[in-house]
Design a binder for this molecule. Structure first.
Ligand SMILES: Cc1cc2nc3c(=O)[nH]c(=O)nc-3n(C[C@H](O)[C@H](O)[C@H](O)COP(=O)(O)OP(=O)(O)OC[C@H]3O[C@@H](n4cnc5c(N)ncnc54)[C@H](O)[C@@H]3O)c2cc1C
Length: 489
């Protein structure tokens, strides 16, 4: 989505669009749409769905508005610097995600985050304090007061809320862990993950695993302990690839070849006698094709505005326009090593709202992964805006850089001007799973139920992380494949 002059366009060139035609239909007794499945959107969700469908023997065609693959995934690479414009890393949280990485041929190319990146910093009293990584470190940390630490001992005895209660992340954390944990652990985390506000997010929607821990074990501490015993310790590791996260959409798209149609903006979808008609625009002209099924992997705002004809109640999808997506700016700054006093021995630093600063946090990008900065230099990626400060995201580039430079000077001892900068804006960055979010999911479920062969998923329904979206791609592919096989369409 970000403009990237150096991003490889590789195997799919614009001329492919003109060469494309409907694949020959060898089974003449079947309609021309037989086995063909339209996938709308070439973000990680859509590409995962298409890749799986092709592996299962179906004929997916991916329609993507942009001339680039990957949706939110993208990078610019210049003069030895690499700015990951959207997501910076992937969490190997499930066997499914790990297997997909292997299956697309990227298994050997994983680069795990440097061991130093285990350390995470939080700002308290204007200084960086390391997040405690063990019970002993927790006892000794200055991040929490003795009162807060002692209060934590009572957590296993606090009653869980009713299973169906709708509670904000903030209320949940204060109830179980206390106010200081909200202010100095969860608030900065929510700023870093959702660019959101824990008072507004629903705990069951935004952090379903946390909610499930309380429901299953009655306590977060007991639940965490039990899970560690089952797994033999946490194994979730953060990784990327040598050329950055872009390697993933490219690996997924490579076997699809010309079936990925870049520069094709979907205008609408209609159910007809022959199947599902997808109308699109490309290079100023319009076109339409018929498919057996449609997988929708588009952003919420696009789904809300998408005309879906001949489906009773499809107009209810317009409600998805109410999902909030606060703006975020990713500000990349490169310094000579000697310009930054802090050792940058960590993943990065998150900023609690109570500290009243102007940034959400900063990733120590060149500590995390190699290839982010030229030798003798360091790269920092700072996020500005979110629900906390949406107006800051509207500043022009020089003003934003001044804000970031000032914060990095004060927090990390970065002196002088950065030697390299790049600004990436996300006007609608991440869907906020706010209180009452279930109503959006219910709308999607109801529309799908009245539209056989029409499937919706992605970060507005299945969770916002890349891993969530890859799992969503599998779910969508399974559902579409099952439908097409069952109906023989
Ligand atoms: C700044 C930022 C940082 C993030 N950091 C992380 C991170 O570190 N780790 C992590 O796991 N997650 C992170 N995320 C979240 C994650 O990147 C996204 O949730 C995920 O990439 C969404 O994938 P998707 O395929 O569902 O949607 P998208 O990536 O939004 O893809 C949707 C696609 O649909 C296309 N499209 C739109 N309209 C049309 C149309 N009319 N016709 C055809 N195509 C259309 C778009 O161009 C786009 O390519 C971050 C997100 C942002 C914005």
């Amino acid at each position: 989505m970000g403009s990237n002059p150096t991003r490889p366009t590789t195997f799919i060139q614009p001329k492919d669009f003109c060469l494309l035609s409907t694949p020959p239909n060898l089974l003449s007794s079947r309609p021309p749409s037989a086995g063909r499945i339209a996938v709308l959107g070439a973000g990680i969700t859509g590409l995962t769905a298409a890749w799986r469908l092709q592996r299962a023997g179906f004929a997916p065609i991916v329609f993507e508005r942009s001339t680039q693959l990957g949706g939110a995934i993208g990078a610019i690479t210049r003069e030895g610097w690499r700015h990951e414009l959207g997501p910076n890393s992937l969490l190997e949280g499930s066997a499914e995600v790990a297997a997909l990485i292997d299956d697309v041929g990227l298994g050997g190319r994983r680069i795990y985050a440097a061991p130093a990146a285990k350390q995470r910093y939080i700002v308290r009293g204007g200084r960086l304090v390391a997040m405690p990584g063990s019970p002993w470190a927790f006892i000794g940390t200055s991040l929490f007061s003795w009162r807060a630490k002692l209060a934590l001992l009572g957590e296993p005895w606090r009653r869980p809320s009713p299973a169906d209660a709708e509670e904000s992340v903030a209320d949940f954390v204060v109830r179980r862990l206390g106010r200081e944990f909200l202010d100095y652990a969860i608030n900065p985390l929510v700023g870093g993950v959702y660019a959101g506000d824990p008072m507004l997010l629903s705990v069951r929607q935004a952090f379903p695993k946390l909610h499930a821990l309380e429901q299953t074990h009655g306590s977060l501490l007991r639940g965490t302990w039990a899970r560690r015993k089952i797994r033999g310790g946490p194994k979730e590791r953060i990784f990327s690839f040598p050329d950055g996260l872009e390697d993933l959409p490219f690996a997924l798209a490579r076997p699809l070849g010309a079936a990925v149609r870049l520069g094709h903006r979907v205008l609408g979808v209609a159910r007809g006698e022959e199947g599902w008609r997808v109308e699109f625009e490309r290079g100023g002209g319009r076109g339409g094709e018929t498919f057996a099924a449609v997988v929708v992997a588009l952003p919420a705002g696009v789904i809300a505005a998408l005309p879906v004809e001949n489906i009773p109640g499809a107009e209810r999808l317009a409600a998805l326009s109410e999902i909030e997506h606060p703006p975020v700016v990713s500000v990349f700054t490169g310094y000579m090593r000697a310009q930054v006093r802090h050792p940058l021995d960590g993943f990065g630093v998150l900023v609690p709202q109570v500290e009243r600063r102007q940034i959400l946090g900063t990733l120590f990008s060149s500590t995390l992964f190699p290839g982010r900065a030229p030798a003798g230099h360091v790269a920092l990626t700072t996020f500005v805006g979110g629900t906390r400060d949406p107006q800051l995201a509207g500043l022009d580039d020089p003003a934003l850089l001044r804000v970031v430079q000032g914060e990095l000077a004060s927090l990390l001892g970065a002196s002088g001007a950065p030697v390299f900068t790049h600004v990436q804006r996300w006007p609608r960055a991440i869907p906020q799973y706010t209180l009452g979010y279930q109503r959006f999911k219910d709308v999607v479920t109801a529309v799908e139920a009245s539209a056989p062969g029409f499937f919706i998923g992605g970060n507005c329904r299945d969770g916002i992380s890349l891993a969530n979206c890859m799992e969503a791609g599998r779910r969508l592919a399974d559902a579409a494949a099952k439908y097409v096989a069952r109906e023989g369409v």
